[in-house]
Write a protein of this length. Sequence first.
Length: 222
Amino acid sequence: MRILLVEDEPSLGEMLTTGLSRQGFVVDLAPTLGIAKEAALGVDYDAIILDRTLPDGDGLTLLAEIRKRGMHCPVIVLSALGNSRQKIEGLDKGADDYLAKPFSLDELLARLRAIARRPAAVEPDRIALGGLVFDVGHRTALIGETPLDLPRRELLVLETLILRAGRVVPRDVLEQAVFGYDDDIASNTLDSHISRLRRKIESAGLEIHALRGIGYLLRPTE
């Protein structure tokens, strides 16, 4: 799950980036509205965490912009502007949630899990494929009754592929989901993660099929 974090306070931005990364999220940190807009319009994010009091304006202007463009990415406003009127303003502008500062990282994580479960009409809470079950909200996988212990980036590969099961996922979509824009990646880094994941899901009767020059397809073993 790739997140755009829009936060100008350096220590808070660093704390959130570290905490979210440890929970398996890919985090891109944008300290200004200008940088955030460029990122939001160029990357297909799974969620945006948005501060309001930024050096170049109110974060709600970015929210209004992406909603005007028909972008439905979930947005959690995270702001010291937390009275009832300000929360209503943010929700009316299109925010999916509004969390006032100060806050706990655990509460923010719970709210991220909640919005991950929210589009249930198009995406179930649990996806079963072969002998593997993936819990969308908690971002965990089971083979039979056994938890599948995956490093963060292998989990991101699996999550991206299983949410699009039955469809070919282009390589650049996988790279966007797995790596942040500050990551220094070699040309074969993604292939290494896929190779290790392949071996771990074989027992579930699944394979990651590579279509040269196109992308990857997660499917039951033929």
